[in-house]
Design a protein around this ligand. Structure first.
Ligand code: HAS
Ligand code: CU
Length: 551
């Protein structure tokens, strides 16, 4: 694996491009996080939204800004920096491509957010038909997707330039991972782009009078599950490559890390039916096949768990750790760059277990559409991924702005992480428990009151309000730290930590970078998992009022 020495800095022009993405991401966090607080207060039954603002409008702002905007902008900003740091500075052409992508995404975000704030797109972050939004919302989302494709192509350009200048060598691991994530994103967003362009946009413009809901949901979930790995893989990039350097260790295995990313590329897309297990109109045999593929996509996460424990233990042993768990003490617990992502990793153990329950068809009948699912993704996305994003920010923002992570900010970052963990334990924990009692997701307090179990659910909703309030304190803390590190921290050099492979690790086989092979297998698996059920849906689609099949 090419050795990446620790003094290389991200070129200041690329740093500006990354920082532009982070400003949008953290602005989305601030607004979306405030909405989250309001939601939990409304659900406690003790708070009415002012000025006739609707609960579902607030929920749509929360989901779109945090689930789609914060994530996409943060990930693109991080990947630009990662590629520039390890595969070399963007060419002027690549950087210009990146800026075009950024502005197209930003335009789309403003269009969609404006419609949501004007209550003309209260369709939640999954914008399921038959809920209909203003056409500007759909056009805005299209710009966000197309903009992210352009943004991602800039990263691929720089990686390809490195490969051309270093024939026969495996690309830098961090850049390889960023390109895997971008390729995964481009392949999976084709589904949601088709749904918006051929169904929702013409429908909202009145050009067609009906859409086939099953087709639109299938196109959405073709995209929706890989969306979660588009979120997860940048966290894994930090776990695999940055954390080993932060703890003074080595990357356990470059090949294992690459293989786990390739398995995500192969198995994360042909599995969307696991979000549709209770839906009619899909042959159970194809649901079963996609559940099998879902269980295959759990394997790279288990590989990651193994690799992380191996990384921690070898780093600890190298420092003289004795006994079965002596290495735990050798980990840098006072360094936020390690401890904050670590809390995210530890949270991923129950979070992933919850995912396995969701994927288990019979158990999903119990939890589907309950608040359990909301608890699941507040552990996976809002804790494991987002805490790792915070952990990345603590060294990347000062690195990019030519400042230092000070002791004071490091301390505040550790406090923020524990506040986040405690708030999430209350909120996600009570969501999981209340979901098992059958409480529905996506429901305000008022809709609960009709249910006979309402009295039983109230204590859990109060716990969610407590958790949501603590989490909001966590959001204020992270915003203070971000603003300090971006604008006020003392000038200085903050390392962009990039780990190096352990001496005794095997050389990386070049087959792992055979893009034609892996993208080819990914496409074959998608065609295998979706072609027949999709033909089935179209053939059996109802006839529209104008006498032809609705699409
Ligand atoms: Fe999920 C629903 C299945 C992972 C996000 N998921 C959702 C939704 C979201 C979401 C947003 O099969 C709701 C969508 C909606 O609005 O309806 N999910 C899974 C499975 C996994 C999984 C099998 N989900 C994620 C991740 C997400 C995410 C990651 C965001 C980032 N999920 C489902 C299913 C549904 C679902 C169904 C639909 C349910 C329904 O009925 O609607 C797997 O990827 C999980 C694998 C992970 C593990 C854990 C491995 C542990 C690791 C950490 C080790 C810790 C270390 C640190 C090393 C098996 C890697 C040291 C620790 C110490 C303590 C020392
Ligand atoms: Cu999924």
């Amino acid at each position: 694996m090419p050795s990446i020495n620790s003094t290389i800095k991200v070129d200041s022009r690329d740093a500006k491009l990354s920082m532009a993405h982070f400003y949008v991401a953290f602005a989305a966090l601030a607004i979306g996080g405030l909405m989250g607080l309001l939601q939990t207060l409304v659900r406690s039954g003790k708070f009415e939204l002012p000025g006739g603002i609707g609960y579902y409008q607030v929920l749509t702002v929360h989901g779109v800004l945090l689930g789609l905007v914060l994530t996409t902008f943060f990930i693109m900003g991080f990947q630009h920096a990662a590629v520039s740091r390890t595969a070399g500075t963007h060419s002027d052409k690549a950087r210009l491509t990146g800026w075009i992508g950024f502005w197209v995404m930003t335009l789309g975000t403003v269009m969609a957010a404006a419609m949501v704030l004007m209550n003309k797109a209260t369709v939640l972050y999954t914008f399921y038909a038959p809920l209909q939004a203003h056409w500007i919302f759909y056009l805005g989302l299209t710009f966000v997707v197309v903009g992210s494709w352009i943004d991602g192509i800039a990263q691929i350009m720089t990686y390809a330039k490195w490969k051309k200048n270093n024939p026969g060598k495996p690309g830098p691991l961090l850049s390889f991972m960023a390109v895997i994530n971008t390729v995964l994103w481009i392949i999976c967003t084709i589904g949601v782009a088709a749904e918006v362009l051929f169904q929702l946009l013409p429908w909202s413009l009145g050009l067609i009078d009906r859409v086939d809901v099953l087709v639109s949901r299938t196109l959405f979930w073709y995209f929706g599950h890989p969306l979660v790995y588009f979120w997860l893989l940048p966290a894994y990039m930090a776990w695999y490559v940055v954390i080993p350097k932060v703890i003074g260790g080595k990357i356990f295995s470059d090949s294992l890390a690459r293989l786990s990313f390739i398995l995500f590329l192969l198995f994360s897309i042909p599995v969307g039916f696991h979000h549709q297990l209770t839906e009619p109109g899909i042959d159970p045999a194809w649901k079963f096949i996609q559940v099998i593929l879902t269980f295959l996509v759990i394997i790279p996460s288990l590989m990651t768990a193994f690799a992380m424990f191996a990384t921690f233990e070898s780093a600890g042993r190298a420092k003289g750790a004795k006994g079965m768990f002596g290495w735990v003490k050798k980990l840098p617990w006072n360094d936020a760059r390690f401890t904050v992502p670590f809390i995210g990793m530890a949270a991923f153990i129950p979070a992933g277990a919850g995912g396995i329950i969701n994927a288990s068809n019979q158990m999903d009948q119990v939890v589907h559409n309950t608040i359990w699912i909301t608890g699941h993704f507040h552990l996976t996305l809002a804790t494991s991924v987002v805490l790792t994003f915070f952990g990345i920010s603590y060294w990347l923002i000062p690195h990019l702005t030519g400042r230092k992570l000070t002791k004071k900010m490091n301390k505040l970052a550790l406090i923020q992480a524990w506040v986040w963990f405690i708030g999430m334990a209350f909120m996600s924990g009570s969501m999981h428990a209340e979901g098992l009692l059958g409480a529905p997701r996506r429901s305000a307090f008022s809709t609960y009151m009709g249910a006979k179990q309402a009295a039983e659910w109230i204590p859990y909703q109060i716990a969610q309000a407590v958790g949501g309030t603590i989490l909001f304190i966590g959001i204020i803390l992270i915003l203070i730290i971000f603003i300090n590190l971006a604008f006020f921290a003392p000038k200085g050099e903050e390392e962009f930590p990039v780990g190096e492979q352990a001496e005794n690790a095997e050389a990386t086989p070049m087959v792992l970078e055979n893009w034609k092979l892996w993208i080819g297998i990914s496409i074959v698996l998608i065609l295998f998992a979706y072609t027949i059920p999709f033909i089935d849906m179209i053939q059996n689609a109802p006839i529209g009022s104008k006498g032809f099949k609705t699409w």
